[in-house]
Design a protein around this ligand. Structure first.
Ligand SMILES: C[S@@+](CC[C@H](N)C(=O)[O-])C[C@H]1O[C@@H](n2cnc3c(N)ncnc32)[C@H](O)[C@@H]1O
Length: 232
C-alpha cells in the first residue's frame, strides 16, 4: 500500500464528494455513534483548544462543537475534504469556532503545548509513520492533555470474524466502488483496515511516546476501537 501523503491526498480529493454517504452506508450508520463516543470520552470544556487530526469532512469536529462551544482546529491533507468541512461548519453556524488547515499531521505547524485535547478519527490508518504522528501529538499537547484515537480493527471472535472478512473482502470494495466510481480507493480501504496493527500494538506505541493509556474499548464486536490516552 502506498501511503505517501501526495497519493493519500489525491485519493481523498477524488472520493470527497461521496465520502459522507459511503461512511453511512458502509458502516450501517454506526460511524456516528462511534464519533459520539470519542467526544464523550474527551470530556470537553468550553476553554478547550482541540486539534482534530485528519479532520476530513469535519464530522468529528462539528460534533465536538455541537456538544461544547470550544475551539477546534482541523488539519488534513485533502483540500476537497476540507472544502466540505468548511461548508458544513458555515451551514451549522460553527464557522467562528472551527478553523481548517491543509497540511500533514506528521509535521504540524503548531508550537509545542498548544492544544488541551487532540483526536483522530479513521485517520492514522492512512499515515505512513504512526509513531511519528504520536511524537507530534505528544509535542503539541499541553501537559496532561488528552488524545483520543478512533480507528477500525479486525474482530477476532468466530463466527463474527468470518462474516466480517467476507464483508470486507467482497461487499465493501464492491459497494464503495459502485457508489464512488473509484474501485481502487475502496480496495485500499479494505487493505488498510485488514493490515492495520491490533489494539495491543497501538496501545504499546502510544505508551512509548509518553501517551499513557486511560481507556481502550472495542466497539461493535471489535470492528472499531477507541483509545484514550493522556500526555504523561
Ligand atoms: C477516512 S478519512 C477520516 C476523516 C474524518 N476524521 C472522519 O472521521 O470522517 C481520513 C482522512 O485522513 C486524512 N489524512 C491521511 N493522512 C494524513 C496526514 N498525514 N495528515 C493529515 N491528514 C491526513 C485524509 O486526507 C482523509 O481526509
Amino acid at each position: 500500500m502506498d501511503k505517501r501523503p501526495t497519493i493519500i491526498a489525491r485519493m481523498f480529493d477524488r472520493i470527497a464528494p461521496s465520502y459522507d454517504l459511503l461512511n453511512t452506508i458502509l458502516s450501517f450508520g454506526m460511524d456516528k455513534g462511534w464519533r459520539k463516543a470519542v467526544i464523550r470520552a474527551l470530556s470537553l470544556s468550553g476553554s478547550d483548544r482541540v486539534l482534530d487530526i485528519a479532520t476530513g469532512t469535519g464530522d468529528m469536529a462539528l460534533l465536538a462543537l455541537s456538544h461544547m462551544p470550544c475551539r477546534v482546529t482541523g488539519i488534513d491533507l485533502s483540500h476537497q475534504m476540507l472544502v466540505r468541512a468548511a461548508a458544513k461548519a458555515a451551514r451549522g453556524n460553527h464557522g467562528d469556532h472551527y478553523t481548517v488547515l491543509q497540511g500533514n499531521a506528521l509535521h504540524m505547524p503548531f508550537a509545542g503545548a498548544t492544544f488541551s485535547k487532540a483526536m483522530v478519527g479513521f485517520g492514522i490508518r492512512n499515515m505512513d509513520n504512526i509513531p511519528g504522528l504520536f511524537a507530534e501529538v505528544q509535542r503539541i499537547l499541553k501537559p496532561a492533555g488528552r488524545f483520543a484515537v478512533l480507528e477500525f480493527s479486525v474482530p477476532e471472535h468466530i463466527p463474527f470474524t468470518w462474516f466480517y472478512r467476507l464483508y470486507m473482502q467482497r461487499i465493501l470494495p464492491f459497494v464503495g466502488g459502485i457508489v464512488s466510481g473509484d474501485f481502487p480507493a475502496y480496495r485500499y480501504l479494505r487493505d488498510s483496515v485488514l493490515g492495520f496493527p491490533p489494539p495491543a500494538v497501538l496501545e504499546g506505541m502510544l505508551e512509548e511516546h509518553g501517551l499513557r493509556m486511560v481507556a481502550s474499548h472495542a466497539l461493535f464486536f471489535g470492528i472499531a476501537h477507541l483509545y484514550l490516552a493522556q500526555k504523561a
